[in-house]
Design a protein around this ligand. Structure first.
Ligand code: GRF
Length: 314
């Protein structure tokens, strides 16, 4: 898998960053479906930042003394400018504010050193030993507003040994963490790139437009306005062309040519539809969903009845 088609992941750390390093080195193996585009920290002195820098990964260290809202605004800004699609928390010691979680819904993951739902929060190894657990372990989960909650993506169990201390157990669990995190993250980003997941995102964008209805035409899922004209098709390997894309209307051949000229990797002149001024927009690699949403909306405006178009303006 070449750079450019890989999912863009930013890692948030507060300290040592060994999980960040595990994600980073895994990303450099052939066929890893993600790349690390940023390592950011709430602490300027986090040791992991030095490692990331030495590995030529862009870093961001939040300035000291920010209030919580300012810190998360700064982090959000850094994440957005890195083009990150996913955020991996790796020993990031701040509780995320709900609006930050909402802005990245379903795209933030965390690693936690226990078999969740057991031992949320801190001191997990001490608590596992006090409970005389025979099995400890680690979990990777999707982040939701509640601490250490959210759907579990993967877990690895680690045997507790006689005489284990919180430190000795932590050291073994950490080895397991380094195996689990890259795999769980890779699975998540792959899931996001399946044709079904891509269609679902297109569907959400298209169906948010007034009067939109879903239909099937020529074996393709498509979207039309109130039983009338189509404004967006979802094409997946149509006639074996290997392309996953949306096909949307443009104002005509000039706009179509201009778009292809501007970004020939993203846009193409689709078979059958091309001659009537439709444009193909590939949904491969790191998709700019805002741009896809704008394209679907402008296609919709070209065919929506005036009454509906006015609805959208107000
Ligand atoms: C790890 O044990 C992780 O599970 C927890 O914090 C620790 C971070 O270690 N969330 P590191 O910074 O990744 O080395």
């Amino acid at each position: 898998m070449s750079t450019g088609t890989k999912a863009r992941v930013a890692v948030l750390i507060s300290g040592r960053g060994s999980n960040m390093a595990a994600l980073l080195y895994a990303s450099r193996l052939t066929d890893c479906p993600y790349e690390i585009v940023l390592v950011a920290s709430d602490k300027g002195h986090a040791a992991g930042l030095k490692l990331a820098e030495a590995e030529a990964v862009p870093i961001f260290a939040a300035p000291a003394g920010l209030k919580k809202a300012e810190l998360f605004a700064a982090l959000d800004q850094a994440l957005r400018s890195s083009g990150a699609e996913f955020v991996a928390l790796a020993g990031f010691m701040r509780i995320l504010p709900p609006d930050f979680v909402a802005a990245w819904e379903g795209r933030i993951v965390n690693i936690h050193p226990s078999l969740l739902p057991r031992y949320k929060g801190l001191d997990t190894h001490k608590r596992a030993l006090e409970a005389k657990d025979l099995i400890a372990g680690c979990s990777v989960h999707v982040v939701t507003p509640e601490l250490d909650d959210g759907p579990i993506l993967g877990q690895v169990e680690v045997a507790v040994l006689p005489g284990d201390t919180p430190d000795s157990l932590a050291a073994r669990v950490l080895i397991a963490e380094h195996q689990l995190y890259p795999r769980a993250l890779a699975d998540l980003v792959m899931r996001d790139r399946t044709p079904e997941a891509l269609l679902q995102r297109v569907r959400e964008l298209a169906m948010a437009l007034p009067g939109a209805e879903e239909a099937v035409s020529h074996g393709m899922s498509c979207f039309r306005v109130q039983g009338g004209k189509m404004f967006c098709y979802f094409t997946e390997d149509h006639h074996g062309d290997g392309i996953i894309a949306i096909i949307a209307k443009t104002s005509g051949p000039d706009e179509q040519a201009q778009l292809i000229d501007q970004d020939p990797d993203a846009y193409y002149r689709p078979a059958y539809f091309g001659p009537s001024g439709w444009i193909g927009m590939r949904l491969e690699g790191a998709v700019d969903w805002e741009r896809v949403g704008d394209r679907i909306a402008s296609s919709w405006s070209l065919i929506a009845p005036r009454k509906l178009a006015m609805l959208r303006e107000f």
